[in-house]
Design a binder for this molecule. Structure first.
Ligand SMILES: [Zn+2]
Ligand SMILES: [Zn+2]
Length: 118
């Protein structure tokens, strides 16, 4: 009886060591990595490309995502009061503007941006 329990204890210890050696029995870093990897594919790409998918303009210039920028656009007089966004980014009043932003994106990244979702 005593020998059996010692052997069992050794196996448990071995199992624990194996778990540590192979990254926490599959519930550790490996799993977390693949999760964040999937998110990178879908969303983070556009963050890296400085692109506001919702509004079809560079994120760093998006007058609808950034209230501070919006105030600056208003100060410059570049503002469409009717649609509550910068006039230069109002694709309702200036349908050409969307194509211009898209063209800049295409030159930079070799592909068309996704159609803005708004
Ligand atoms: Zn935006
Ligand atoms: Zn407008």
């Amino acid at each position: 009886m005593k020998i059996v329990s010692v052997v069992r204890g050794t196996f448990l210890l071995l199992g624990a060591v194996m778990c540590l050696a192979f990254g926490g029995c599959g519930s550790g870093e490996g799993a977390a990595d693949s999760k964040s990897g999937a998110q990178t594919d879908a969303a983070t790409d556009f963050v890296q490309r400085d692109w506001c998918v919702e509004h079809g303009v560079p994120e760093s210039k998006c007058g609808r995502c950034n209230a501070k920028l919006a105030a600056e656009f208003q100060k410059k007089g570049d503002w469409c009061a009717e649609h509550n966004r910068p006039e230069s980014q109002c694709f309702i009043c200036n349908p050409d503007a969307e194509a211009k932003f898209a063209a800049v994106y295409e030159v930079k990244f070799g592909e068309m941006p996704p159609k803005s979702t708004e």
